[in-house]
Design a protein around this ligand. Sequence first.
Ligand code: FAD
Length: 382
Amino acid sequence: MNLELSEEQAAAKELARDFTAREISPHAVEWDRAESVDRGIVKKLGDVGFLGLTIPEQYGGSGGDHLAYCLVTEELGRGDSSVRGIVSVSLGLVAKSVAHWGDEAQKARWLPRLTSGEAVGCFGLTEPGTGSDAANLTTRAVRDGGDYVITGSKMFITNGTWADVVLLFARTGGEGHRGVSAFLVPADTPGLTRREIHGKLGLRGQATAELVLDEVRVPADAVLGPVGKGFSVAMSALAKGRMSVAAGCVGIAQACLDAAVAYAGQREQFGAPIAGRQLVQELLADIAVDVDAARLLTWRVADLIDRGLPFATESSVAKLYASEAAVRCANNALQVFGGYGYIDEYPAGKLLRDARVMTLYEGTSQIHKLLIGRALTGVSAF
Ligand code: FAD
């Protein structure tokens, strides 16, 4: 693995850093308090090319490799995890799945809109009764002539109320993962209703929703990938998606380091800056080591993907480590800020709240330990 960035990768990082400083960081606290980011940010993300990374240019994408995608995701995550998550889902889970599994008509219909920010995508896998055990989902799609009729519900869907298209997973066959198919469902299809979930601990700027499908009728050409292969569509999206979550966690951890070092340098107690206290330096050193370790594990995944090598277990390792590290870093940063860390005029509290969900979604920490354990032993312990 070459740890030096190419000119293109360095330029992507620089562009994302400038964009975040200009368009995201100044608004992050206000969006968090209002429980909604400004929707105009989506078009701006599209205009600058961040919703088209790794997507071929013929479909409106901006090209680039997965390391560039990680670098941009990290910078967005440094500014606001809610914005980072919009990209990770609309591009990372939805557009990339369409690019990988879609036929020409599906790519032509959805990719230019998703990559430009004209449309937003959401990923509907989790249900009220099936979270970690996603293969046992119960939303059902029944064939009726040239259509499928879908009934069921989805829970905790990021971008849910904003989305123009839902990448939806429903059962078309028997039990288990072999009976699942993926569908591209336009969000305005009759029978699909959406309810925003309020009162989240973190990612408050993001529209997280419950979706209810009551006999939602879609044509058979809405199936993405082969019928009965929907679970493979979901798992291939999540394997790369976990790298994106890990990169967002690196961004959180880096924001913690920057804020804590700056504050420690200017806050005086006992007649001198607290930066000169060994126990404060220990907090800063612990954050710095976590930042480096999480970043290197994440870059390794990008490097493996870009070289066409297997990466699923490494993606679990990076996601598990980076998400737990982001929580630790935010907690340590909050400690450096003392009582000021506990109020939202200072950044540490929001970073901690935003970090916490990273250990829950796209596979909880326990599920990633089981995936890593299965890869090590060949034995499934789920
Ligand atoms: P459960 O699966 O019920 O788990 C509860 C606890 O049991 C956890 O600690 C878990 O680790 C543990 N556990 C479960 N099984 C085992 C086992 N076999 N061994 C040991 N421990 C186990 N989903 C989507 O489809 N699309 C989205 O866009 C999306 N966005 C989300 C955004 C937010 C803010 C949140 C909170 C969730 C989102 N999710 C989304 C759902 C998320 O992926 C699930 O919450 C997650 O998979 C866990 O499922 P669950 O909440 O049902 O918990």
